[in-house]
Design a protein around this ligand. Structure first.
Ligand SMILES: [Cu+2]
Length: 153
């Protein structure tokens, strides 16, 4: 039951409960599997996004994270299954304020995990961040866009 608070509602809680709520969310992030089993499935389900050309489907399990450097693993599949060996260029943007990051964002395929690419992003402040990943930029060049929430510490 520790996972009951909904991330999407964090912004609507009064200031006084925000801190403990964030602590709970962090606890949830640490024990992801426990949350998936006991929480609301709609909240714990991964983000699933198709690339704009429809070739790839990306799955992201990180919906909320901290600020600073964060790791956001993204699983890419195509019609045949795990999509391996792709070049990916990612960047982050904060739509509410119209700015990006101060650091260069890198994306690397994880060794031993076919089709899993790690986006190393730097979030300069709390809030909603859009991650845009260009898959196969020298080839099909299709974009995958998803949003994660950076929580204040
Ligand atoms: Cu901002």
């Amino acid at each position: 039951m520790v996972c009951e608070p909904k991330q999407a509602r964090v912004g609507t809680y009064p200031r006084s409960v925000l801190k403990p709520l964030h602590a709970l969310l962090l606890a949830c992030a640490v024990a992801l599997t426990g949350c998936a089993a006991s929480g609301d499935p709609a909240d714990d389900s991964p983000l699933v996004v198709d690339s704009d050309g429809g070739t790839w489907t990306a799955e992201v399990t990180v919906r909320a994270t901290g600020t600073g450097w964060v790791e956001v693993p993204m699983t890419l599949t195509d019609a045949e299954g795990a999509a391996t060996g792709l070049a990916i260029e990612s960047d982050v943007f904060m739509p509410a304020h119209g700015h990006g990051s101060s650091e260069r964002i890198t994306t690397t395929e994880l060794e031993g995990e076919p089709g899993v690419y790690n986006v190393s992003a730097f979030f300069t402040m709390p809030g909603e961040w859009e991650i845009t990943s260009r898959v196969d930029p020298e080839g099909l060049d299709e974009a995958v866009v998803f949003t994660v929430e950076a929580l204040s510490e």
